[in-house]
Design a binder for this molecule. Structure first.
Ligand code: NAP
Ligand code: 8YV
Length: 317
């Protein structure tokens, strides 16, 4: 039986699966989290977390073996530090591709057809008062640039092909097995496309890479969609560009300081907003939770972790 630290209140089915075989220590219920952590530090060998485990937490647990993180993005887990301490880190890839890709496509359709805007127009009785709203823009034949053609990015491209979109992509390297034109420069890609969809990891390597220059290259007729992480865009530059019309439209599922959405952004008509709902369906969240539990259960049965992150793959059994 292992001692597992539950950092935050996770879905009941995760807790039930773990508690059937192991002991859970609920950090989020502690009135003094520091003292609580110190009290269980020596016996904790596993962590279950909603995407957060910094170096201080890892260092506070001398017998830690594994961190099982909810979500495919693990920018809030210091995986490099965990690896240096020979601690395994797992995430929840693939099971959410379909729903997150659907969110990206929904944003693209939403922005191009101004769905939210005309919905507000209809609700406010403006149709009757002011007549038909201006025409929107078709997506058939439009060019979409994917920033991060990975598991979800590739799912987005498969779906967008059904809408007749042309696809190009940017990442750190060209992928020889992909049929789409590759741009090694993000500004050049932004200049060439109608829509830019960010679906790369967050973290220091991608912080602010969608900056004022990229947004200006996308231009007044362009649309930026972010279903990756809020850290990927420079939020002040994005709001400036939307306010001044230097960027046409944006569809945002993620923000720099969630759950806070800046008031300047909330006031704008040329933006569609979602409160980080990419993977938020009952089915997908259940599958993600199953993976969180299965990684811990396998590890403490002396079996390989199912979905180790790349930094820790060499530590797998
Ligand atoms: P993935 O399979 O690892 O794909 C990531 C892609 O990003 C790869 O194609 C990679 O290509 C590219 N990339 C990595 N670092 C880069 C950099 N520094 N500059 C440019 N491109 C870079 O990941 P995934 O499973 O598709 O998930 C992607 C991300 O989506 C997650 O990390 C998470 O942050 C986000 N996400 C958001 C939601 C939501 O609810 N909105 C849900 C799930 C995931 P190269 O290696 O060639 O650079
Ligand atoms: C979740 C996500 O909303 O998987 C990710 O990287 O961003 C989303 O699926 C998030 O992990 C839940 O906190």
């Amino acid at each position: 039986m292992a001692d597992i630290l539950l950092v935050s209140n996770m879905m009941p089915h995760i807790q039930q699966a773990l508690e059937a075989r192991h002991t859970l220590h609920r950090l989020y219920e502690a009135s003094d989290p520091k003292a609580f952590l110190a009290g269980v530090a020596d016996k904790v060998t596993g962590i279950a977390t909603m995407g957060k485990a910094d170096a201080a937490m890892i260092d506070a647990l001398p017998n830690l073996e594994i961190i099982s993180s909810f979500g495919v993005g693990y920018d809030g887990v210091n995986a490099a530090h965990a690896a240096s301490r020979k601690v395994m880190v797992t995430n929840t890839p693939d099971v959410l591709n379909d729903d997150v890709a659907n969110m990206a496509v929904m944003m693209l359709l939403n922005c191009s057809r101004r769905f939210c805007e005309w919905e507000r127009y209809a609700r406010a009785g403006e149709w009757e008062k002011a007549g038909d709203p201006p025409l929107a823009c078709a997506i058939n034949g439009r060019k979409v640039g994917i920033l991060g053609l990975g598991r979800i990015g590739q799912d987005i491209t498969r779906k967008l092909q059904a809408f007749g979109c042309q696809i190009v992509y940017h990442g750190r390297r060209k992928q020889d097995d992909q049929p789409y034109p590759y741009f090694d420069n993000l500004v050049a890609m932004a200049r060439d496309v109608d829509f830019l969809i960010a679906i790369c990891p967050g973290g220091e390597a991608t912080r602010g890479i969608v900056n004022a220059e990229v947004l200006a290259a996308l231009g007044p007729e362009g649309t930026f969609i972010n279903v990756a992480r809020g850290s990927v865009h420079d939020e002040d530059a994005l709001i400036d560009a939307l306010e001044t019309g230097k960027l046409g439209y944006a569809g945002l599922d993620v923000f720099a300081a969630e759950p806070r959405i800046p008031e300047r952004l909330r006031k704008l008509d040329n933006v569609a907003l979602q409160p980080h709902q990419g993977s938020a369906t009952v089915e997908t969240r259940k599958a993600m939770g199953d993976l969180v539990a299965k990684n811990l259960l396998a590890w403490f049965d002396a079996k390989p972790a199912l979905t180790p992150v790349p930094e820790c793959a060499h530590l797998n059994r």
